[in-house]
Design a protein around this ligand. Structure first.
Ligand SMILES: Cc1ncc(COP(=O)(O)O)c(C=O)c1O
Length: 341
């Protein structure tokens, strides 16, 4: 059987095999909410999950202080990225973002037969906002993905720049805030995205909540957009176990705040330490650091020392390192010193 012609260049999403060492390659956070596990009391395993995820959305509504009607749950924010493209982009429509950024925008764009343009970030991985806006005006994309803080480079866009971009385009602007909890909250659009008729804000439990395994994300947008995406989502798309765990996690949001603060402190102290090494280091607002090491490969020697980080070919010789525990960060730093000095 031939695969659809639009998909011939598509490869399966690459994930690294299981690994017993120190895993600093996937921007996960430690298991701080449920280290003892999770007991599901009165759980109706025989029932389909709540298709509207009402209780979870009520929990999110309280957590975010915004109305329930502006929130739609997802099976990870990845599912929502796909649903957005499925809902709004016709075949051959244009989807735009900047480059490098989260790879799934391009992959889902390809899946749905749309065109994709990645506007190059500056050499220091900041965004030239006026030039980007010119390109957007010129190309008239249907959907624009803005990842802020950006994965993998860590830079955060200013809210005033995001608003300028929103106002300058008819595109649906999707602001991916997967890492926003580790960043400057004043630049988040979660509290106001829904007043615009062309904005979606994406968030996830996979990073700040340390719950990547339950595949839980959500989007914030005005009611019209929520209803449009609702038409496209599969029946019972979000399993009830994830809904219950997400709700329980939201009831512990003080612990989440403490963990976020601790990660930010460890990120900033690791950043200071890495400044002493012969690598190029970029400021990061996420739970990770982005570095370049053009003269020495870091991936293989770190792996040999039991530490896995994420290596990129584009941009070449660059690496993304998740912030680990204090102990893991120290082991990483000592290993990098050995490799580089
Ligand atoms: C920028 C960005 N958006 C979305 C996601 C997907 O997150 P989820 O686990 O909620 O599908 C990731 C995961 O790494 C990410 O880095």
């Amino acid at each position: 059987m031939d695969i659809k012609t639009t998909l011939t260049s598509l490869k399966p999403y690459q994930v690294e095999p299981p690994f017993e060492g120190i895993r600093l390659d996937a921007n996960e956070t430690r298991n701080f909410l449920f280290p003892e596990g999770f007991f599901l009391k009165d759980f109706e395993f025989h029932r389909y999950p709540d298709h509207q995820a009402i209780e979870l959305r009520q929990g999110l509504s309280q957590y975010l202080s915004i109305d329930l009607k502006y929130i739609l749950e997802g099976n990870g924010s990845s599912e929502l990225i796909e649903l957005i493209i499925k809902t709004f982009a016709e075949k051959d429509d244009l989807i735009m973002s900047f480059e490098p950024t989260f790879s799934m925008y391009r992959i889902y764009a390809t899946l749905y037969g749309t065109q994709y343009i990645g506007f190059p970030l500056n050499d220091d991985y900041t965004l030239d906002v006026p030039k980007f806006m010119e390109e957007v005006t010129l190309n008239q994309p249907k959907i624009l993905f803005l990842c802020t803080p950006n994965n993998p480079t860590g830079g955060q866009l200013k809210k005033e720049d995001i608003l300028k971009i929103i106002q300058a385009t008819n595109a649906l602007v999707v602001i991916d805030e997967a890492y926003i909890e580790f960043a400057n909250p004043e630049d988040s659009l979660s509290q106001e995205g829904f007043v615009h008729d062309n904005v979606i804000v994406l968030r996830t439990f996979s990073k700040a909540f340390g719950l990547a395994s339950i595949r839980l994300g959500y989007m914030i947008a005005n009611e019209t957009i929520i209803n449009q995406v609702n038409r496209v989502k599969s029946p019972y798309h979000l399993n009830q176990v994830s809904q219950r765990i997400g709700l329980e996690a939201l009831s512990q949001c003080n612990q989440v705040k403490d963990e976020i603060n601790a990660v930010v402190q460890r990120r900033d102290s690791l950043y200071q330490k890495l400044l002493t090494l012969p690598i190029t280091l970029y400021p990061s607002s996420g739970n990770f650091l982005f570095i370049e090491s053009p003269n020495k490969d870091l991936y293989a020697p770190l792996l040999a020392r039991g530490i896995r980080i994420r290596a990129y070919q584009n941009p070449k010789s660059s690496y993304r390192i998740t912030i680990g525990t204090q102990e893991e960060n120290e082991i990483l730093y000592q290993a990098l010193k050995e490799i580089l000095l």
